[in-house]
Ligand binder design. Structure first.
Ligand code: HEM
Ligand SMILES: *[C@@H]1O[C@H](CO)[C@@H](O)[C@H](O)[C@H]1NC(C)=O
Length: 249
């Protein structure tokens, strides 16, 4: 549950941050109801909607990481929510699981995030699960994959059907550790976008560093989460405080 929570936090948060839009139906991640519950509880205690969904997500993302044994960081508050929501725009801005390294670098660069941010933040995939339909192509077709790992994954992700079957990103999906990075070094990345970070390119060295040095990963992850959280926030009289995080008021 905490994994789903974190995914909703970070991906949804990403959407809010990158283009100040929220899609009502984020079908790539689970646990949306949890956000609704947190929002309802905060509003109940405040007596009315005072805290933005963007701030709630920023705090919840941090708390999820801490709860799973990861680093803590200070979350600056005062973000406001967007007054519009565009599914199409969100889809066009979000990075996709099939992206190669140049595409990922470009995608992050468009948000003012560099290669170090890309690698550190992708480490968020030390937590949680992915659906068969997202990584099927890789486990059946990719050449940069450990054959034993591919075989293992095929057992629960058939060529056809089983689209929603879930598989953890790494062997410890509820622990904020460096297993994600040591897997990449062994060509055991689950998504194409994961393995792209260790595929003979400019980010190989950093992946290796993180795989051997949890403190380096923790420090950079915390820094990059702060950087991501501070991308073009709406403040002051801009935007609104949403009543329902799934849509504009
Ligand atoms: C680099 C670009 C990224 C891509 C292409 C990407 C893509 C994905 C995809 C396709 C899934 C699986 C969704 C599903 O099958 O339901 C997923 C799950 C997840 N992602 Fe990402 N993601 C990215 C960045 C991030 C970042 C920056 C974080 C956190 C800092 C993050 C945290 C998570 C978590 C925790 C899950 C697990 C969801 C769960 O178990 O419910 N991702 N991501
Ligand atoms: C493997 O690649 C081929 C050619 O691109 C594609 O038609 C096929 O659907 C892929 N297989 C899977 C299981 O994704």
């Amino acid at each position: 549950m905490i994994a789903s929570l974190m995914a909703v936090m970070v991906h949804f948060f990403w959407i809010l941050q990158t283009e100040k839009n929220a899609r009502g139906n984020l079908n790539s991640v689970r646990g949306f109801e949890v956000v609704d519950e947190i929002k309802a509880e905060v509003d109940r205690i405040c007596g009315r909607p005072v805290v933005s969904c963007a701030d709630i997500l920023a705090v919840a993302a941090r708390d999820s990481v801490v709860a799973l044994g990861g680093p803590a960081w200070k979350v600056r508050l005062g973000r406001r929510d967007s007054t519009t929501a565009s599914r199409a725009l969100a889809d066009s801005v979000l990075p996709s699981a099939s992206m190669d390294l140049p595409a990922l670098i470009d995608n992050f660069k468009n948000q003012g995030l560099n290669q170090r941010d890309l690698v550190a933040l992708s480490g968020g995939h030390t937590i949680g699960l992915s659906r068969c339909l997202i990584f099927r192509n890789r486990i059946y077709n990719a050449t940069n994959i450990d054959p034993a790992f591919a075989k293992q994954r095929r057992a629960t992700c058939p060529r056809t059907g089983g689209n929603t079957n879930l598989t953890p990103f790494d062997s410890t999906p509820a622990k904020f550790d460096t297993a994600y990075f040591s897997n990449l070094v062994k060509q055991r990345g689950l998504l194409t976008s994961d393995q792209a970070l260790f595929n003979g390119g400019s980010t190989d060295k950093l992946v290796k560093t993180y795989s051997l040095n949890p403190d380096a990963f923790w420090n950079d992850f915390a820094k990059s989460m702060i950087r991501m959280g501070n991308i073009k926030p709406l403040t002051g009289k801009q935007g609104q405080i949403r009543i329902n995080c799934r849509r504009a008021n």
